[in-house]
Write a protein that binds this ligand. Structure first.
Ligand code: MLC
Length: 418
């Protein structure tokens, strides 16, 4: 390991849906305090880089600079700030950016913060803002050869956008409605093991299928669960750890990563082609850079804002073949139900080391924060601090964040080596 390798040395998060509802910036601050508080002798004044993910509830121009100014990090000559806007992929993109700031630019300690309070918005206001993310200004439409125009998505626009992709996958690969619902049921089993998760009681495929529909093949229980919360990461150089007399093997190493993009919104179901998806490319880059393959990964933190996202993710990272994601999830769900029926103490992570916190559909989803939870859960798995959710001998983890409607993919591979 080179002397200036980047290590994720600390993580912090607030509880979900605290009352009274704090502002997104306060949630970011509380999470950053928690992360800094986890490492003796390290404080705000040690931070030389700050990356922020913008919020929906209270967006600011140059979010990172705004935050750094509020917490007193700026003015300072040595502090570099940047805001990363790649939607829900933001936290993983930010982790990769922090790694480069440390390994290539020589920064000592970079903090990543994200926080949002979308549950604190009333339903109409949330939907107005969420729907606007895909608004097309007619004056901006430039026809280029082979361009696909967007068939307008009804409200709620984001669930309907993912629903289109789910329908494509049903037509193209034989994905079934029950397999989609099994994702939500499976995530609820995983979430029920995490003390911070919003979903406390597992739900069944029947519960999911009988819940209110929000789009043709999507019920409310298959949506990213709107929530308020903040999370923070600290990425440090080994040089910094040595200078501070801290264990140079503290935390976990960022061993590789990849990113790729797709269009901001999908065309009509009939117009969708494999070209619009980017997780495959991001995962391939990450495996190449880390010089590992899917069999070397012990824990996966995969984005699952809607079932189709997780189904495509298990395919994209190589856990199953193309078009087999639905079957893969269905089998895992059936196996876990069977094992739990025979042994209530059975640990689902033994057969499904994925999203042990419950993911967006069941843990909770404060807009662009949730990939932070994938990273934080990976950190706990690799540092052997995941308690009841611990995956045995977890040495390497893959985390994936997805932004927009399959519009950006960021994948990072973490390891617990020195
Ligand atoms: C909602 N509920 C759930 C749930 N989702 N319960 C269990 N599991 C889930 N997954 C519950 C709520 O807690 C609430 O109950 C009730 O269902 C209604 O939800 P609501 O959100 O308060 O209602 P409403 O305002 O009517 O909106 C419903 C909705 C909205 C489905 C239109 O929740 C929605 O748009 N959700 C998707 C959010 C989204 O698109 N996130 C971004 C994903 S894309 P109670 O008891 O609390 O009242 C992404 C990429 C990116 O992640 O870049 O961002």
């Amino acid at each position: 390991m080179s002397r200036n390798a980047a290590r994720l040395i600390g993580v912090g998060m607030t509880r979900l849906n605290p009352k009274p509802v704090p502002s997104p910036s306060r949630l970011m601050q509380q999470a950053l305090d928690a992360a800094l508080g986890s490492i003796p002798g390290v404080g705000l004044k040690d931070i030389s880089g700050l990356i922020a993910i913008p919020s929906l509830a209270k967006p600011h121009f140059m979010e990172a600079h705004y935050f750094a100014t509020q917490v007193g990090l700026l003015p300072a000559k040595h502090v570099q700030c940047r805001t990363i806007d790649t939607g829900g992929a933001g936290p993983v993109a930010a982790l990769l950016s922090a790694q480069r700031m440390v390994a290539e630019q020589g920064l000592d300690l970079v903090a990543v913060v994200a926080g949002d309070a979308v549950k604190g918005l009333d339903s109409a206001e949330f939907l107005r803002r969420a729907d606007a993310t895909c608004e097309v200004d007619e004056g901006d439409v430039v026809k280029v050869e082979n361009s696909k125009t967007m068939e307008p998505l009804p409200s709620p626009v984001i669930p309907n956008g993912y629903d289109r992709v789910a329908q494509y996958q049903m037509q193209q690969y034989g994905l079934t409605r029950s397999q989609l619902a099994a994702v939500s049921a499976l995530m609820s089993i995983m979430a029920s093991k995490h003390p911070y998760a919003l979903t406390r009681t597992p739900r069944t495929v029947k519960d999911v299928l009988e819940a209110q529909l929000v789009a043709p093949v999507t019920s409310v229980l298959e949506c990213a669960r709107r929530a308020d919360g903040g999370a923070a990461l600290l990425v440090a150089s080994t040089r910094f750890l040595e200078r501070r007399g801290l264990d140079p093997g503290l935390g976990v190493v960022v061993v590789g990563g990849g990113e790729a993009s797709g269009p901001l919104y999908p065309p009509s179901v009939g117009g969708i082609t494999e070209d619009m998806f980017s997780c495959e490319e991001a995962a391939e880059q990450a495996y190449r850079e880390a010089q590992v393959g899917v069999r070397d990964i012990d824990f996966f933190g995969l984005y699952d804002c809607f079932p189709i996202c997780l189904i495509r993710a298990v395919e994209a990272v190589g856990l199953c073949g193309k078009g087999k994601g639905g079957l893969y999830i269905e089998h895992k769900y059936q196996e876990i139900l069977f094992r739990l029926a025979n042994d209530p103490n059975f640990k689902p992570q033994e057969v499904f080391p994925i999203n042990t916190h419950g993911g967006l559909q069941a843990f909770g989803a404060p807009w662009e924060v949730p990939a932070m939870y994938n990273i934080i859960e990976a950190f706990h798995q690799l540092t052997n601090t995941a308690g009841d959710r611990q995956v045995a001998n977890a040495r390497r983890a893959l985390v994936y964040g997805n932004g927009g409607i399959f519009s950006h993919s960021a994948v990072a591979i973490l390891g617990n080596g020195r």
